[in-house]
Design a protein around this ligand. Sequence first.
Ligand code: PLP
Length: 361
Amino acid sequence: MGTEADSQHLHVETFLVAAGRPERSPGSPANVAVELTSTYAADGPVNYARSGNPTWNAFEEALGGLEGGHALVHASGMGAISAALALVPAGGTVVAPDTTYNGTGDLLVAHEKGGGTVLRVHATDTAGFLAALESADLLWLESPTNPLMDVTELDVVLARSRELGVTSVVDNTLSTPLLCRPLSLGADVVVHSVTKYLSGHSDVVLGATVVADTERGREIGERLRRHRTLHGAIAGPMEVFLALRGLRTLSVRFERAGASAAELARRLEGHPAVERVRYPGTGAMVSIDVAGDADAAERVCASTRLWLHATSLGGVESQLERRRRHPSESEQVPVNLVRLSVGIEHVDDLWADLAQALDHV
Ligand code: PLP
């Protein structure tokens, strides 16, 4: 890709726009091509499209620069998570928060069924993590956690993990590299559901892993790359093109959504239909425990006109969902918890819609 964009010297807003562009020459395109081919003529840098594609390279260059490492694009966030969890040996011990994104939680249960051990620690229990790390093969972190919005002391836990030589993975989907760069705190692997904020328009399903630019990071990166190639959960070039297009506007989308989330959290606090507001103080997600039972929470979700009642997050359009409607959601998540993913609409319109929906509690 030959781009001049340099994550060390440009502001992140600029890097987002400049990274992963084709080399400039008279008549060169502004954007990377969507290269639709399954194979390549022999003796080039890539011979088969399950192991590489120039459209992937452009996105990987941009995300790698943002996180301060080397990125690999996967078919979905779960594809990335599966590749990262495969770093733990069969029968090995994983330390993880007691509530994670429920897909990750299901894979951890599968790890236990396969004879492995999972030590679950509350996300805010730093001492608990430090103790559990003593016998760990892999540390899994997610901060803030989805959907409880608990924040882990990443720097302390990752530093200890590094000291003990325990491989560490951070799901950075909710924070994005704009709020947190786990590799700089000592993490070995960052995973993303690119489906969410990074692509930002609810039109692709995609994932990524990122490793540090160190000998250890490159070695782990090779294992992840091999997993992607052999297990075959690869991304289509069109999805990756759309994700890169979405990434260009991440900073403006996230800034607007974050400001609105802070304002909505403020207005929700003390609302008679809201028992508890779970807002980590930054980012664009807010969870609320409605003052009522599961049915009351469902009525809120069914009563919005603007907010989309749907099971995703990170899009330009605001979305909400009662998470316990999914049977595999953690029992630690209250049945009346509604997760709000704040989009980029005007905050007063979002508030008006939410306030009238809360009247149905
Ligand atoms: N990680 C988090 C924090 C998520 O919220 C999600 C999806 O909701 C995933 C991972 C899984 O990503 P995907 O749906 O792209 O497979």
